[in-house]
Ligand binder design. Structure first.
Ligand code: BMP
Length: 260
């Protein structure tokens, strides 16, 4: 059962190179925190990366919300990522036919495949998306988080969708880093990471159907390995201090989970 194994033990099961690196970063820095960097300027993004960098394993971007994007900015982001030892993760949520996904992943001014080691994809279009990503030009080490469930109220994913998503993920062990979900899914493979968004210590949701759980709940009850925290950190007066707080609560919950 993956939930009882330590991240170090699970490292040996991981078939994807970015998953192995992620687990190593998590162990080295004692953090399972992924910050959702949902800010709209390159200055804010770089400041957030600098402030939260020492406390996170993943830095999750939505590059298409940035208003002053220029390729040069990526050099700075990569430099910060190397210095603070975290992985850059573009939450693109690919959801088209393989050929289009391939173009979206490696072309345009964003050229995601050249700087993001991790991306998200929807499973709704089937294997074409994964083939498209796998066969694109770009970084050699790449991993995909496949979405099985969403954190928001009214999501259309049902059990058969979840089951089909897990089945699809199993067919691409070399590419899949993990699953985005809200429940302790039966990921038989301990080398697959559960990523869970919708985490907040002080709020239960927003006005647009987002739903939050506490860090303890997502780790101990919902099976999260890595927790995604956005506005709880980005909107706080002191993002660095807030990141430390989340990192510590999340890590304590993980230690409790593997000890129990
Ligand atoms: P926040 O903690 O501010 O609500 O941000 C959550 C982040 O996680 C957003 O970037 C959102 O795109 C992402 N996310 C989510 O909230 N729910 C999901 O089911 C999947 C996501 O990727």
């Amino acid at each position: 059962n993956r939930l009882k194994l330590s991240f170090l033990e699970r490292l040996n099961f991981a078939k994807n190179p970015v998953t192995r690196r992620l687990l190593q970063v998590m162990c080295d820095k004692k953090t399972t925190l992924c910050v959702a960097a949902d800010v709209t300027s390159t200055t804010d993004l770089l400041n957030l990366a600098e402030q939260t960098g020492p406390h996170i394993c993943l830095f999750k971007t939505h590059i298409d919300i940035v208003e002053d994007f220029h390729p040069n900015f990526l050099k700075h982001l990569k430099e910060i990522a190397e210095r603070h030892n975290f992985i850059i993760f573009e939450d693109r949520k690919f959801a088209d036919i393989g050929n289009t996904v391939q173009l979206q992943y490696s072309k345009s001014m964003y050229q995601i495949s050249s700087w993001a080691n991790l991306v998200t994809a929807h499973s709704v279009m089937g294997k074409g998306i994964l083939e498209g990503i796998q066969q694109s030009e770009g970084l050699k080490d790449r991993g995909v988080f496949l979405l099985a469930e969403a954190s928001c109220a009214g999501s259309l994913t049902d059990q058969s969708y979840v089951d089909a998503t897990l089945k699809l993920a199993k067919q691409y062990p070399d590419l899949i880093t993990g699953i985005v979900c809200q429940n302790p899914l039966l990921l038989e493979e301990p080398g697959v990471i559960q990523l869970t968004p919708g985490v907040h210590l002080e709020s239960v949701g927003d006005r647009l159907a987002q739903q939050y759980n506490s860090p303890e709940t997502v780790v101990l009850e919902k099976g999260a390995d890595v927790a995604v925290v956005g506005r709880a950190i980005t909107k706080s007066a002191d993002p660095a201090a807030e990141a430390v707080k989340y990192k510590e609560v999340l890590w304590a919950a993980y230690e409790k989970r593997i000890a129990s």
